[in-house]
Design a protein around this ligand. Structure first.
Ligand code: NI
Length: 248
């Protein structure tokens, strides 16, 4: 069930039997010469929506802007600074919790979001801790590539040139879901350099075409489909386990 295609009465009914919601979360940022700007929010959305077709889970609208300050040297990138991102995550979480959701599962598609999302969770828990009150809801962060079986599959598909940004695995997933938007380019070098991540100007100087350590030319829609199926299955298992957690 997709929250944005439901009515408030339908969500009220869902809450009578389930208090778990999945929130795809990502970033809108450059992904090299062939990666779509939406890659990091499209991947968790594609996986969550695929999982939703075969199981009774509720998926919230995708939180599609994240912590991408280092990509601002490339047109099309839209970024929230960490403090803004944390405030927005808190309000999303508190809105859902106010309706009675007690298990907020964030399926993430951008490595650069992790520290800020975890810090946002800590702020939410801290409010309750200082007030000596129970929080009343729990948050879980899972990167789609950390779902069971996904990284081993990606390593089999792309034994070299997977890299860490504009990876063939994430680009393959978008190719599978949006075959009309597959792009081609000549990569030079074929496998991009790696190194640190700092401010936008430094990032663009180190990684002129936007890639980090990757060769996205290996991506195919077929490989993307395999990754989506594996990830969607593992997502359902992980959400089920989270929903079944018993409060102490
Ligand atoms: Ni990405």
């Amino acid at each position: 069930m997709l929250l944005h295609l439901s009515t408030w009465q339908e969500i009220e009914d869902v809450l009578k039997t389930s208090q778990t919601v999945v929130i795809p979360i990502g970033s809108n940022e450059q992904h090299g010469p062939t990666g779509l700007l939406g890659t990091d929010w499209l991947c968790p959305e594609i996986i969550a929506h695929h999982a939703e077709k075969s199981a009774d889970i509720l998926v919230a609208p995708t939180f599609n802007i994240g912590m991408a300050q280092h990509h601002l040297g490339f047109p099309g990138t839209i970024a929230l600074r960490p403090s803004t991102f944390m405030a927005a995550i808190a309000d999303w979480a508190l809105s859902l919790a106010a309706h009675g959701f007690t298990r907020l599962y964030f399926l993430n598609g951008h490595g650069g979001n992790v520290a800020t999302i975890e810090a946002a969770f800590s702020e939410l828990y801290a409010e309750a801790s200082f007030a000596r009150q129970p929080r009343g809801f729990a948050c879980r962060l899972k990167n789609w590539w950390d779902l069971r079986g996904v990284m081993p599959l990606a390593q089999r598909q792309f034994p070299t040139g997977h890299g860490s940004h504009a990876t063939p695995s994430e680009i393959a997933i978008t190719q599978w879901a949006y075959p009309d938007h597959i792009k081609a380019a000549n990569y030079a070098p074929q496998i991009a350099p790696t190194g640190p991540i700092r401010e936008a100007r430094d990032f663009r100087a180190r990684y002129p075409d936007g890639r980090m350590g990757s060769d996205p030319g290996q991506a195919t829609p077929e490989k993307g489909g395999e990754l989506v199926k594996m990830a969607a299955e593992a997502l359902l298992e992980d959400v089920k386990a989270f929903a079944a957690e018993v409060a102490p």
